[in-house]
Unconditional design. Sequence first.
Lengths: 396, 396
Amino acid sequence: MSANRPIDITSRCVSTKARAGVLRTSHGDVTTPTFMPVGTQGTVKSLTPCDLREIGAGIVLGNTYHLYLRPGISTVGRFGGLHGFMAWDGPILTDSGGYQVFSLAALRRIGEEGVSFCSHVDGSEHFLTPELAVDYQERLGSDIAMVLDVCHPHDLGLAGTREAMERTHRWAERCLNSHRRQEQLLFAIVQGGTSVELRLESARFLTSLPFPGYAIGGLSVGEPKATTWAVLERTIDELPADRPRYFMGVGAPDDIVRSVAMGVDMFDSVLPTRVARHGAVFTPTGRVNLRNSIYRESDESLDATCDCYTCHTFPVAYLHHLFKCEELLAYRLATLHNLRFMVSHMHNIRQAIVEGRFAEFKEKFLSTYKPSDEQVRLEQKRKWFDAAGGRKAGVG
Amino acid sequence: MSANRPIDITSRCVSTKARAGVLRTSHGDVTTPTFMPVGTQGTVKSLTPCDLREIGAGIVLGNTYHLYLRPGISTVGRFGGLHGFMAWDGPILTDSGGYQVFSLAALRRIGEEGVSFCSHVDGSEHFLTPELAVDYQERLGSDIAMVLDVCHPHDLGLAGTREAMERTHRWAERCLNSHRRQEQLLFAIVQGGTSVELRLESARFLTSLPFPGYAIGGLSVGEPKATTWAVLERTIDELPADRPRYFMGVGAPDDIVRSVAMGVDMFDSVLPTRVARHGAVFTPTGRVNLRNSIYRESDESLDATCDCYTCHTFPVAYLHHLFKCEELLAYRLATLHNLRFMVSHMHNIRQAIVEGRFAEFKEKFLSTYKPSDEQVRLEQKRKWFDAAGGRKAGVG
């Protein structure tokens, strides 16, 4: 297998497009489909690398934007990159910083050369280009790097979306041309908003370039769910079967099952870790909130089917108590559980594919798992996006 | 050894009053001198019972006041007590709630029967008596319980201090009379403020009663250090040699060495865990703050002599980064280190006693360890006490 084809597809579902495989990286193999916990600032919030190993995490994600601002790329570089700095010797994927620049930073000005922005930490001015995004990720030493893309709200309009997409394509080429580290995989990002036509155009353009993997960006960012699935399915079909496909920013257990059925191999999202810190934990029947007073005296374990430390050690009443008292341990125990849930979930999905019963698995899971109400979800996402300044993002 | 004499003194220093021993409890033996990490609300902040085991913690402290308010004594009782609730199977000492009632709660009214107060959480009204304090601790199932005492500022004046002390004595008798659980040790608390005369009177009165152990309370609460040591030494000399002696609320590594030299066996304090959450960590040469910019690029470990997970896993620059970003992991890694430092410190003290070289150990430690500036310390303690309403505490 060449570096340009880092994935071995070992099993395929006969009735859906689901596939199981092994992704090869410089820091080890990752079985797919896989979910990547997000370690924004060089730490998966509240957990040690040791905790991550224990729950079976295969690959973690680091945010270039955050690490660039704090502690700075050269500081991380002094420690041989992110692996040495955060003491994690497994695979790491870094994003390009684009999404954060477009959603967190202030005073963005986007031109052909790159994007200028002000730090959300101290207001200082910065300039990011495709070449710098690659350079930073090479110095962070991640196993998989992402191209710098133009991110925008889903309702930008067709002309604006096309303009952003075409710039994303030119930036992807510049990233590819400046990329030097052979042991690092550089993935392209398909854009095109909610237009199937643009998505197909983007996929065709990017797959004409020698990228070892492809991500779908700018989808599941607040548009109706039906649109998400329609666009995803058509886009995935346009991607080469022998390259990994990564659906960015998706982490709801039910969304993952649906996406896998369309042929997605990789996922990342802050969802499992962020909601954990608010007391929301995943169970086979859906999300429940540990702050709910029904748990005040419960001597049951959070999830009887789960083998994580939290579930096999503490009664739910104790977890409820920790959240009511806002104890630091609450955040860690809930995070441990949610990530172990995700690892087990991906394992179950994979086993079902390998054993030729993924279609039944999918049907059963989706009929048992109660999704968070879509309206609530969309509203939350929009609020967050608005608060983060995402609405202000445009193409200049 | 009877339940009334739970400690075996196995070694004595020939040139100081330091002693090493083994304290027997229902949940196992504890080597002394020992330091007890504080788990206020049923958790040593940010750590699991598993972490506590790994760093070698021997016995932890729980706060009856906090547990009574949240989740409530009967809820904890449903899980077989605090051991089952927090999943810690080692020894536990609970305080009586007195100190928190006098320092945290609002609208205290103290009478002969007990003390009424309003919860610092929701303002609800409560009434605590010596009998209730014992009952609560019996239901929490701690291995060592404390009598309810009257706590007051160190500068209350002689008449007020005497009045508080005499009530503490009557309450101690009531606690002893209402105590039922034979496997639980009930310790008395010597009071008497900064008056050596009152302290001796208190020690004599309480040691005339059949308590299995004695604590020194209301000392090291803001009075000058010279006074602390003078009062401590005279008080300890008045306590029986065959019972454990517990100096409440003391946790500075240098204060512990001085106290051990006077014959103290047990300590507790939030100091190591509280300062850790502010980035202050113990080293053999004194406390340093990880937020200091001198650590921004440091590739050294926090303490080369320490064997804790934090020290043998991460460069100091990473810890500095976590504190600057206020990452949850920062609090845990610093807490792990400080508590491991305390466990090792107590081990080193004990070994020095056992091997007949404690006097040299003491001299060497105190000449190497730079104490936090006393003025800063007193001011911080006074500010905290004032903020907590401690000044308002009086005897009514």
